[in-house]
Design a protein around this ligand. Sequence first.
Ligand code: NAP
Length: 293
Amino acid sequence: MAAKIISGKEVAASIREELKERVAALKKKGITPGLGVILVGEDPASVSYVTAKAKGAEEVGIFEETVHLPAESSEEEILKTVDRLNRDPRFHGVLVQLPLPKWVNTEKVINYISPEKDVDGFHPINLGKLLRGEPCPLPCTPYGVQQMLVRSGYSPEGKHVVICGRSNIVGKPLAALLMQKKPGANATVTICHTGTPDLKKFTLQAEILVAAMGAPKAITADMVPEGCVVIDVGVNRVPDPNSPKGFKLVGDCDFEAIKEKAAAITPVPGGVGPMTVTMLLMNTIEAAERMAL
Ligand code: NAP
């Protein structure tokens, strides 16, 4: 039987309806949640991500301002901008769009964001809290994956989740989130990476398989067990002469073949991507709610 297609767009749309109500409740108290975004340079993917964040913010009623710095900006200029947004009471959330120019120390910039305003959840204080199971802003992509699973009826509770990828923004925090002794988590988690010999041996043991590798179609149908739930985080540009842009977006999974075997699968685009932006909006609203207490 063909897999159920888990639409991130649909799950995200229903969460956004909830967020509009939370924004309305804040506005009644005279508080408009605010998100400050710092974009450095003109990288097309970064520009499109920032545009999606601004559109999402507008849709749910968040005040959003993007500070667009020139591509040649120095680390000091970026840090000064972070400092300005940290101090600006209009912003409950501050984020710096990655990647930054190669001469900039990304860790230093992330560490400079006020942990209370760190709506990406990348600050080491927040990652430490996540590991300890304390309340904190959750990194948006892992949070989106978890919410998509729970809200589509595929709770990770008690399941074996195999995550391919151990980055600081997806794989590692997703593992930390799903292994928590909490409702909507409580999974048994295996993490795979390029040092994993025989990746297939592990993916075939998954009840939920998450691909976050940045490797187009690296997960093939023979690596996926029957009835598995597959979450494809990967977003890869591959050449496509039939597209006016000259490229198309594909995930890390061979979607067409896997959908004949899996119980459920997320598409690319329209899967994890819309969830990531929505969880950023959720984190911004949560920050505003916390600051209003
Ligand atoms: P990353 O920092 O490049 O990390 C990739 C991870 O995958 C690394 O841990 C790497 O292992 C592992 N890996 C790569 N190829 C592998 C292979 N053939 N076998 C086993 N492991 C392999 O990437 P990322 O930032 O986590 O992003 C991953 C993908 O998700 C990208 O396509 C990115 O564009 C996408 N993404 C999407 C969203 C969204 O909202 N949809 C958000 C974030 C990222 P090593 O550690 O050993 O190198």
